[in-house]
Design a protein around this ligand. Structure first.
Ligand SMILES: *[C@@H]1O[C@H](CO)[C@@H](O)[C@H](O)[C@H]1NC(C)=O
Length: 302
């Protein structure tokens, strides 16, 4: 074999190895940072993908660990391998078989800031010989931004309410705990409240409460409060003052005006009509007079 052939073979081998590795390409996608409210829960969105064909989900193992130590697990399918202060607080809410590695942490503590990394392992057993198991894995990490105070709800409302007409106010709050959503309450009784939950991406969710009331006179200057109670018990609220306006009513001006103008018009038409009629009558009389005179003069000439 000459040198050139050797070089060719080396190249081909190298290419073959490269393509076999990249045909089994893994990718994990974890949100880079997410707010987490102390005492509440946080759900960290995570997904992974691979290009190596169908995966037997029984061979997949999803682990979450602290970034500075692959052995410091915060989630593992074997609970004895989870760090003490994360025991019973973490749960894989995504299904690994659906490439979903979403993690839930409950009872968030102010030192839970991470970073935490997801690691998926695929165990490939050849001939059921554990010594020949092969592991493939990827990692991606998230940082938790700790909030010790909950975010305030935001209220969107029309400037003024009109007496007796439906008035709609929207109260919404952003959170990262979609498995135990915050409760929004109002300080007044209404049966007309609609609640929505929206995924606003990157692990953030919005809970919205839409209240519709029909204001009465006594509701003028009333303080309306929307309170958000988060999982874990922390609360925040937003208050505003309702201003109730009467419906502007111009009937007391419009009705007499219409009646007045209408009467004037009718009277006008009547006058014109009468004037015409009278004129015709006079003309007729004059004609009659004329013929009478002619007759009389003819008679006198005889
Ligand atoms: C992953 O699972 C979570 C929790 O069940 C779910 O909310 C989310 O939509 C899933 N993500 C995808 C990409 O399917």
């Amino acid at each position: 074999m000459d040198n050139e052939t050797k070089f060719m073979i080396t190249c081909m081998l190298f290419a073959a190895i490269c393509s076999s590795v990249s045909s089994d390409e893994w990718k994990a996608t974890v949100v880079k940072s997410i707010d987490a409210l102390v005492t509440s829960c946080v759900v960290v969105p995570c997904s992974f993908s691979h290009t190596g064909g169908n995966l037997p989900s029984s061979r997949l193992r999803g682990i979450w660990h602290e970034k500075d130590g692959t052995k410091r697990n915060i989630y593992h399918e074997d609970p004895t391998l989870i760090k003490d202060n994360f025991k019973d607080r973490t749960k894989l809410v995504g299904r690994l078989g659906q490439n979903n590695c979403t993690l839930e942490i409950t009872g968030v503590k102010d030192h839970d800031n991470g970073p935490f990394c997801f690691r998926v392992e695929l165990v490939r057993t050849e001939n059921n010989d554990p010594t020949k198991d092969k592991f493939f894995f990827v990692e991606d990490c998230v940082e938790l931004n700790m909030l010790t105070e909950p975010l305030k709800p935001a209220v969107i409302k029309p400037k003024t309410a009109t007496l007796g007409e439906p008035y709609t106010v929207t109260c919404s709050v952003i959170h990262t705990c979609p498995t135990h959503v915050p409760k929004l309450t109002w300080n007044l009784d209404s049966t007309n409240i609609i609640v929505h939950h929206k995924d606003i991406k990157q692990g953030n969710w919005e809970t919205q409460s839409i209240l519709t009331v029909i204001p009465e006179e006594k509701d003028d200057n009333r303080e309306i409060t929307c309170t958000a109670e988060f999982n874990g018990g922390l609360k925040s609220s937003e208050t505003f003052t309702l201003h109730v306006k009467r419906i502007e009513n111009y009937n007391h001006i419009i009705i007499p005006a219409v009646v007045g103008i209408g009467t004037a018009l009718l009277f006008g038409i009547f006058c014109i009509f009468m004037a015409k009629k009278y004129k015709n009558h006079i003309a007729e009389l004059q004609n009659q007079e004329g013929t009478m005179w002619n007759r009389l003069s003819r008679l006198s000439r005889r």
